[in-house]
Design a protein around this ligand. Sequence first.
Ligand code: ATP
Length: 461
Amino acid sequence: MADSPEKNLMDKIISLAKRRGFIYQGSEIYGGLAGVYDFGPHGVELLNNLKREWWDECVSTRENWYGLDSGMFKNPRVWEASGHTKGFSDPLAECRKCNTRIRVDKALEAIGLMADEKMGEEEINTLFDAHRKEIVCEKCGAHDFSPVKKFNLLVKSNLGDFTSDGDEPVYLPGEACQGIYLNFKNVVDSMHPKIPFGIAQIGKAFRNEISPRNFIFRCREFEQADTQLFIKPNENKEAYEVLKQERMNWYLSLGIRKENLRFKQHENLAFYAKDAWDIEYCYPWGFDELEGIHDRSDYDLTQHQKFSGNDLRFNDSETGEKYIPWILETSMGMGRLFLAVLTDAYKEDEMNGEIRTYLKFNYKIAPVKVAVFPLLKNKPELVAKAREVYLQIKKVIPQALWDDNGNIGKRYRRQDEIGTPYCVTIDFDTLDNQTVTVRDRDTGTQQRIPIGDLEDYLKTN
Ligand code: ATP
């Protein structure tokens, strides 16, 4: 991507995200911490809007779907049962010249080869050795790498380790969904759902990613929005297709352009999986994974039943049978969604003879729905009227913003850059006839609207 139009776009998005309070590098004043980002004032509003949309889609508007918020720390047995302590690893090699670490599976993928997750160290080393010359260190250009090692991605903590000689760490979650499996029985016992039913949760995940990259796309700390649909054994095929379509339609409903979304089927499946597809978004560097949709059979609950010794079978009151339900899972990275909507909304055009940048967010996800300002900030009567209008709007549209910094042109530019769909200006005519101008972000056109009609206008346009 070096100095390409794609890198250029990525740089512009990163710069705007920082300048306008969407995303900051984590611990920036100490030189940062690789793979960790903080969401700024507009960023957290956008993030919360996206979470609310997801929650409405996956929980609130559905029958038989239940929300959950499980604790991050879990009994260490959980990660044994899930296979993470043994199998949750990426193959790593280190450049002998500059010590840069690379993910070998991604490097092989880039030259059209597949390093299967199931491959052991020896097998990957053989494949890597055969193609060493084609793999270049992205930092210094050398081809000289150490042997490949499999590196476990779980992040250890010292929770409860008061003696410091504890050899069994409590891990931070490598994926958020385990909390759903652990509470499966609790939810069944307290909510008495009929099968099929779903459990959804948004939760943090931590991975010791070898090379965090592409801004918030690959981080060491991130959030996942997961759903697990519990179904009768063997009733997976049709439900899986429905789920895939529902997820794709949801992305479209956020205003993401269709041509920037696609499905991609996994070539290599885990031994228990029946099928697996990703929804990919076309990021500035090309199509890449946004969400995984997995047909997982009865693997997860069977493992937890085995390791915990608890009966996790579902008592089907309709058929009188007891069985371990099969699971259809969806898992989306909130940060990856955030970056997708930011990329999709990023626009440049020419307005009044000047190049302007704006974010064409769909109204429902825009972090600020409407900005209100007095035409001039040194006219007390205009400021007083504008404050009155602003407070009236803010009561019904909480994501309304007061802005009286700089001249009107600067305010429009700033609001365009954070994707505010409407700007309302209070001028001298307002004092005479109780009308305001409403300026549309996308077209720059302005309309005079009676103050009494503002709420309806903003909500319905
Ligand atoms: P990848 O192949 O990109 O490493 P994955 O297949 O390991 O991702 P899953 O374990 O299926 O990802 O996780 C589900 C979702 O969580 C992914 O689709 C992605 O949106 C998100 N995700 C995974 N790893 C990261 C990360 N390091 N940073 C941000 N989001 C992530």
